[in-house]
Design a binder for this molecule. Structure first.
Ligand code: ISL
Ligand code: CA
Length: 555
């Protein structure tokens, strides 16, 4: 299928809700489903088409719901199945689709499958997971993202064996080699689709296939991000094609892979429609810019030319086949304005609008994260005690144990840590930002007094209202969805400029990623240019842009 073939999920704007931090309805400090229900009119008012909801299934919350102990029930803290049904119908009544998280690389160790599996080597659920008996010796190393020692093999005394966990010890990896396990997953997916959900975002789906002999990791992966090895499982595409055949092809839904380890060379294997696997995927290449392992900041700041090169390379990879995604923020990332813009009081709003202009004017389905529409910024914790995230806590203690530079770690994580993106949504200037009447599970950014939804509703020039305008522009202008993308002046260190061309129409997007006035070399005639949107009252229709200026011109 050609990328210009029209289909709803290419035209959609996706808004991501992290339920724990969205809105708390009962004062326990934790966001919940009723909390989302009470904000449905707000969500509708944004103009978005699809909500991606992070996991809401039963979970002991070792990793905030990414450790699932019952795939067909709702986490007690979030509500009940009746609340879920009400949420889904409330969205559908408003014309909003719901995409759920599918976390099937691993389960919780509290899932009954794992509890049974660890009882004995003969248990019928044993093969739902990856085990190596200890008398064979310790298997060759695998790294874990969330293990206190970074070791993905955990020794389990009851059966004298090791089990594999790419994430925490409470997130054992599921064994996709086992057809019974795969059948259980497909049945569970049918359960949710029969309820009427509109798609799945598939957590680390690139990791599901493992060589059950667990050979040593080839040397060419040394020093690289682990995911580039983990995404190479031999049977990965066989499983995705089977899943498509058994489940996905039966419904009008959308799928998006969380695609760690994918590259612009491998991506078509996942999203070329002819292969019948998935619709879209999101990669991490820009997220890694300027960062060393454990999300520690590199000595040199990220460069705009590198950011452009990444987005351009991915656009090229998907120019003829497949389809892509565009994002900055999500629940695993810091706030976009702090990472890619400028969160100082003077520039916070302007640079948020500039980044919003980017996300909604690129080719690829935009994924926009809750709170970014009001320009929420990083909370920047000074103390490790303020963090709740297992990722930050483990890396910190590991760094400390190794005698590493913990001060630099803390400074870095003010920019990079996941909890920066997980602080509660700031609804108004009342206590706890209107998020909860109780003590929030994670501290609220003290800037809520000035940065909040209520204040921005009243201000026509707010970040919030700019987001609405930009969504409306994308929805009304198919060139922004289907138009061919071409970067201009790619090496320019300050300005990101590109055209989108579709059916004889040319749009020019100009974005200054710095606080200083800057010039771009366009080689285009701007004399008849018409401003479609700008984040300044008086936009520059020229090659000079003011600090963080963003403009879309119709040429
Ligand atoms: O962000 C990364 C490394 O810091 C990615 O390489 C990694 O694949 C990512 O963290 C995986 O994320 C997903 O699975 C995790 C969960 O903690 C995340 O919230 C989820 O998005 C385990 O389920
Ligand atoms: Ca609650």
């Amino acid at each position: 299928m050609n990328p210009t073939n029209k289909i709803w999920w290419k035209e959609a704007v996706v808004y991501q809700i992290y339920p724990r931090s969205f809105n708390d309805s009962n004062g326990d400090g934790i966001g919940d489903l009723q909390g989302i229900i009470s904000k449905l009119d707000y969500i509708k008012s944004l103009g978005i088409d699809v909500v991606w909801l992070n996991p809401i299934y039963t979970s002991p919350n070792d990793d905030n719901g990414y450790d699932i102990s019952d795939y067909q029930n709702i986490m007690a803290e979030f509500g009940t199945m009746a609340d879920f049904d009400a949420l889904l119908s409330g969205m559908h009544e408003r014309g909003i689709k719901l995409v759920m998280d599918l976390v099937v690389n691993h389960s919780s160790d509290e899932h009954f499958w794992f509890k049974a599996a660890r009882e004995s080597r003969e248990n019928p659920y044993r093969d739902y997971y990856h085990w190596v008996n200890a008398e064979q010796g310790k298997p060759s190393p695998r790294w874990s993202f969330f293990d206190p020692d970074g070791d993905a093999w955990k020794y389990d005394a009851a059966t004298n064996a090791y089990y594999l966990h790419y994430f925490s010890q409470k997130q054992p990896d599921l064994n996709w080699e086992n057809p019974k396990l795969r059948r259980e997953i497909y049945d569970m997916m049918h359960f949710w689709f029969k309820k009427g959900i509109d798609g799945f975002r598939m957590d680390v789906i690139t990791f599901i296939s493992k060589d059950p002999t667990y050979p040593p990791i080839p040397e060419k992966y040394t020093g690289k991000h682990w995911e580039y090895f983990y995404a190479t499982g031999e049977r990965l595409h066989e499983y995705l094609q089977e899943m498509n055949r058994e489940v996905l092809s039966h419904y009008d839904i959308m799928t998006v892979a969380e695609g760690p380890g994918t590259t612009s060379e491998t991506i078509l294997d996942f999203v070329d429609a002819d292969r019948k696997e998935l619709n879209m995927s999101y990669h991490f290449e820009h997220a890694y810019l300027g960062q060393l392992p454990r999300k520690v900041l590199a000595a040199e700041k990220w460069k705009l030319a590198d950011l452009k090169a990444i987005f351009t390379r991915w656009d090229t990879a998907l120019a003829e086949r497949g389809w892509g995604t565009i994002y900055f923020g999500n629940h695993d990332q810091p706030r976009m304005v702090s990472r890619w813009g400028n969160d100082s009081p003077h520039w916070r709003a302007l640079s948020s609008k500039m980044l919003t202009t980017f996300l909604l004017s690129m080719r690829g389905t935009p994924y926009y994260y809750q709170g970014d529409e009001i320009g929420m910024s990083n909370i920047k914790f000074d103390k490790i005690e303020d963090y709740q995230d297992i990722e930050t806590l483990n890396w910190y203690y590991l760094t400390q144990k190794e005698g590493g530079d913990v001060a630099h770690f803390i400074e870095s994580h003010k920019i990079t840590a996941r909890d920066n993106g997980r602080t509660p949504v700031q609804w108004n200037a009342t206590q706890n930002a209107g998020f909860s009447t109780g003590k929030p599970w994670l501290k609220i950014n003290p800037n809520y007094k000035t940065v909040n939804v209520a204040v921005q509703e009243r201000d026509a020039d707010s970040v919030l209202n700019y987001f609405r305008k930009m969504v409306a522009l994308r929805k009304s202008e198919p060139t922004l969805v289907y138009g061919k993308y071409a970067v201009i002046d790619a090496e320019n260190p300050s300005i990101y400029a590109y055209t989108r061309v579709w059916e004889g129409k040319t749009l020019l997007v100009l974005l200054n990623f710095t606080s200083k006035k800057a010039k771009v070399t366009l080689g285009l005639d701007l004399s008849k240019a018409q401003v479609l949107i700008s984040n300044y009252a008086k936009s520059s229709v020229s090659e000079y842009l003011k600090g963080y200026e963003a403009t879309i011109l119709l040429l």
